[in-house]
Design a binder for this molecule. Structure first.
Ligand SMILES: [Fe+2]
Ligand SMILES: [Fe+2]
Length: 178
């Protein structure tokens, strides 16, 4: 049994080791850490289920590891899922690979499958995929758009969870970017 702190730091360390473009500015280790932090808060406040914390953290820390640049890179979800595949045996625990792969593969889709909004309810899922993991990652990633000064406000229509919709654009959220 690993402590949450140890688990979180070991995933974070491994994700940065695995990152293809370590010089990235907008998709740096600071982005990975903020996304992991937001994702954890979304999980706790929206779903109150610590059983999937490790899955949410793996998705959050690895979601951009395959990015090659800070601009248009539509294949980076696929590439990041491949990076995780090649590193997963180094992680000191097992995780819900199918659900984490779904979350990472689709996190950069610009539209959903049943509506133009890329929220989890707009995607088809097969088998036992736990969409809560994708909801935590996608909302956390969108909350961190404010790291780019061009973004003044998060459009809550693009968020999947009620907690992230409530948290977005609050003074508590903006405080991360001062
Ligand atoms: Fe991404
Ligand atoms: Fe990201």
């Amino acid at each position: 049994m690993y402590s949450y702190g140890y688990m979180e730091s070991s995933i974070g360390y491994m994700a940065f080791e695995a990152t293809k473009n370590k010089a990235s500015y907008y998709h740096s280790r600071h982005h990975f850490s903020r996304v992991a932090n937001f994702a954890k808060h979304i999980l706790i406040n929206e779903y109150s289920d610590y059983k999937i914390l490790k899955d949410v953290l793996v998705a959050a820390f690895f979601h951009d590891t395959g990015r090659l640049n800070d601009h248009e890179d539509p294949a980076h979800g696929y590439r990041s899922a491949m990076v995780l595949d090649s590193y997963k045996s180094n992680l000191p625990f097992s995780f819900d690979e199918e659900s984490v792969r779904f979350a990472i593969l689709n996190h950069c889709k610009k539209e959903g499958e049943t509506s133009f909004l890329p929220v989890v309810s707009s995607f088809f899922c097969q088998g036992s995929i736990d969409k809560r993991i994708a909801a935590c990652l996608w909302d956390a990633d969108r909350l961190d758009l404010l790291r780019d000064a061009e973004y003044k406000k998060i459009n809550v229509d693009f968020l999947s969870t009620e907690y992230a919709k409530m948290f977005a654009n609050t003074p508590e959220h903006l405080a991360f970017y001062k």
